[in-house]
Design a protein around this ligand. Sequence first.
Ligand code: CP
Ligand code: NVA
Length: 311
Amino acid sequence: MLKNKDLLSLKDLSVKEIEAIFAMTKKLKAKNNPTLLKGKILGMIFEKSSTRTRVSFEVAMLQLGGHAIFLSHRDIQIGRGETVSDTAKVLSQYVDGVMLRTYSHKTLTDFAEAASVPVINGLTDWLHPVQVLADLYTLIEVKKKLKPLKIVYIGDGANNMAHSWLYGAAKLGLELVICAPKKDHPVKKVWNEVLQLAKKSKAKISFETDPKKAVQKADVIYTDTWVSMGQEKEEKIRLKRLKPYQVNQKLVDRAKKNVVIMHCLPAHRGDEVTAEVADGPNSIFFHEAGNRLHVQKGIVALLLNKKKRKQ
Ligand code: CP
Ligand code: NVA
């Protein structure tokens, strides 16, 4: 069971809770339970586009006997100025849980605070925890372990994926190198918190600006878009700045022979990753994407079966 009502950040989960999510995932992946969430309804609010998150949460709910309702922020009153907290209080009386994808992380935390039902972070500008849970689960399947593995995240070190990887690695005591230009160093607040957590878990967290150095002996190379949703105006300058951080075959050849290449998707072939690598033998992009469904089944199974908090 999970202690908190919500899943907003990996920072809030204990190692035991992450293991519990993975145990439930494994169980449901091996054999689905079509009545586990019978009658349960997940509301899903999206301020941003989505393929994987939207479809995998919806399918997860349906396969467990529940239902999901897609709510574009443009179509509900929140888009016309109804407050986040009023929306949370109203929806809490209709549905058993809400998944939110927002720009501002504060929108998510304000919503969770006002909601009496579980709230799940389906990506904010700050964090994307459900993606990293699926990534970690995929690594356990592929590499049979998370330690010792050298995991190198290359690209935008200040985005939601880099930050969630940092919290995940720091919690679980993993080795993680963030490789990015100085300008894209992880946000200070996250970095400082992560270094504190790492002291406890013995995680090896470091920052490196040179991709060639970073990938030496790497077991895992992870990348993500250089232009996250909401950063479209900075596209030109970002593509230029991050160009030396492309994951191409030459770079991959410097890592361990059996290195796996990961990406949360959507991928931009020719920018952060070449087509040769994305579609090559070391890529596990689609295994990773597939596991979004299974890990989110584990998450909703653990969160939505809890009793409602009083309003
Ligand atoms: N990786 C991920 O969250 O994909 P979507 O934006 O398609 O949901
Ligand atoms: N960093 C990317 C992740 C997409 C799943 C973005 O926020 O657009």
